[in-house]
Design a binder for this molecule. Structure first.
Ligand SMILES: Cc1cc2nc3c(=O)[nH]c(=O)nc-3n(C[C@H](O)[C@H](O)[C@H](O)COP(=O)(O)OP(=O)(O)OC[C@H]3O[C@@H](n4cnc5c(N)ncnc54)[C@H](O)[C@@H]3O)c2cc1C
Length: 349
């Protein structure tokens, strides 16, 4: 790469970076995306897309997916089944939809450099493993371990850590998506089972306030044993989740998605927040007087959530109680509408 010049250089071709590129290109800004991976999108992920996420991915990009209308909720001593008329989540393989979105952007003239790693920020752009890029603005959409965020001198975005076992064979068609709240093992975190058509994903996510990597591993192994799953029969993967938001606008440097710490500290859902913030940051770049209310709302929600989890009731008890309330139809409706934008039609206890 010889020295290239763009209006905006986006670091990271995940959901946040793709959404930002889409908006900037539509606003006729010259934009380039770099990603250290050869195939961005191959990171560990449950692949669950809420309505908010689906609504922000171009329609021609997602061709397949499993819409989910029933959720099993398990906890110590009880289990319930929540039914919804419209899907509360769609399970879709992000490797595929991210690749299709990249192809769509490339076809429109956006430059995407894969296998290109950000090294450091410079006075007038970014130094990468493949050369220098000169640009007016830089968007750090480089995930929870963001190098851009570190270059700004900000504290880590990481608020949760997760481990997952991914099967590579089709699951039993009757297997439903499920979540487990076991405060003694997962604290204020939870476990999930997401049966994708090409293989089920079983994971555990926990807050870093209460669990380090070793405690997460113990909780994950306990979960796998309980489900009679053999860890060696599938792909074991893991990752961090960025949920500490301290701002997204730092002069000509911007943060979006997990790099900005915008994933949910409760559910670990981060794709919709990445799509929203990528788009909103791009709008702020294009219109200097625009201030994103959506990002302010997400940041405010996170601050209140952390305050509640650290409050007089320990976070684990609080989440466990909230899960129990899902069994009461009126409250279940409020909780699901808040997190998945879909109200339950029936709850079996
Ligand atoms: C196990 C697990 C399961 C999850 N399941 C779900 C789920 O079911 N639903 C949901 O909504 N969320 C889920 N999440 C959270 C979700 O994956 C993230 O919130 C989301 O991917 C954030 O998108 P992003 O674009 O901000 O960052 P990312 O998707 O992390 O993308 C960042 C990109 O930046 C690139 N990059 C990083 N550093 C550099 C560098 N130095 N130079 C160049 N490129 C770089 C990376 O290669 C990557 O492609 C899960 C997370 C984990 C860990």
């Amino acid at each position: 790469m010889s020295d290239l010049t763009y209006d905006v250089c986006i670091i990271g071709a995940g959901p946040a970076g793709l959404a930002a590129a889409e908006r900037l290109h539509a606003a006729q800004r010259s934009v380039c995306l770099i990603d250290r991976r050869a195939h961005p999108g191959t990171k560990a992920c449950g692949g669950g897309l809420t309505q908010a996420a689906l609504a922000r991915i171009p329609r021609d990009v997602i061709s397949t997916g499993r819409p989910c209308r029933v959720l099993e909720v398990h906890s110590a001593g009880w289990r319930s089944r929540i039914h919804t008329d419209t899907p509360y989540m769609t399970l879709a393989d992000r490797t595929t939809w991210q690749a299709q979105w990249r192809a769509r952007l490339i076809a429109r003239g956006v430059r995407i450099h894969t296998e290109t790693r950000l090294l450091h920020l410079t006075k007038n752009g970014v130094a990468t493993s493949c050369g220098h890029i000169t640009c007016g603005h830089i968007i750090g959409a480089d995930g929870p371990n963001s190098r851009v965020r570190r270059a700004l001198g900000l504290p880590t975005a990481i608020g949760s850590i997760a481990l997952q076992l991914r099967h590579t064979h089709a699951p039993d068609a009757a297997l439903l998506p499920a979540v487990w709240f076991w405060p003694t093992h997962f604290g204020a975190g939870y476990a999930w089972r997401f049966p994708h058509p090409d293989g089920c994903r079983w994971g555990v996510g926990v807050p870093t306030q209460t669990h380090d990597a070793r405690a997460l591993k113990a909780a994950f192994q306990h979960f796998l044993r309980h489900q009679s799953l053999d860890e060696t029969r599938g792909i074991r993967e893991g990752g961090n989740i960025g949920c500490h938001y301290v701002g997204h606008r730092f002069g000509r440097v911007w943060l979006a998605g997990d790099a900005a710490g915008l994933a949910s500290p409760v559910t670990g859902e981060g794709i919709s927040q990445a799509l929203i913030s990528g788009d909103e940051v791009a709008k702020e770049i294009c219109c200097p007087n625009y201030r994103s209310r959506a990002i302010a709302r997400l940041g405010g929600q996170h601050r209140r959530t952390f305050a509640a989890l650290a409050g007089p009731l320990p976070g684990a008890r609080l989440l466990h109680s909230a899960a129990w309330l899902l069994r009461i139809p009126s409250l279940g409706r409020t909780v699901l509408s808040r997190f998945a934008q879909t109200a339950p039609s029936k709850i079996d206890v």
